[in-house]
Design a protein. Structure first.
Length: 74
């Protein structure tokens, strides 16, 4: 509870950008799926080459998802 730490906020921002980059880059998508499928450790998404790919595709702002109220009422 309370305010999220800088580390948590940075991690959340990176994951948002990674998920967006996965829609544009097959290598990022594959790496994400390997982590989601428990084939690779989460740290693999933080390797320098992967971070470059994510940041290259994530320079724009990720498209926000639906609001909680919209999801709750659907």
């Amino acid at each position: 509870e309370g305010r999220r730490t800088l580390k948590v906020r940075m991690g959340n921002a990176y994951m948002s950008r990674l998920q967006y980059a996965a829609t544009k880059d097959a290598e990022v998508a594959g790496a994400f799926m390997r982590v989601a499928g428990l084939m690779d450790p989460p740290e693999s998404l933080m390797r320098p080459a992967m971070m470059r790919r994510v940041l290259r595709h994530g320079l724009g702002r990720p498209v926000p998802g639906p609001s909680r109220s919209a999801v709750a009422h659907s």
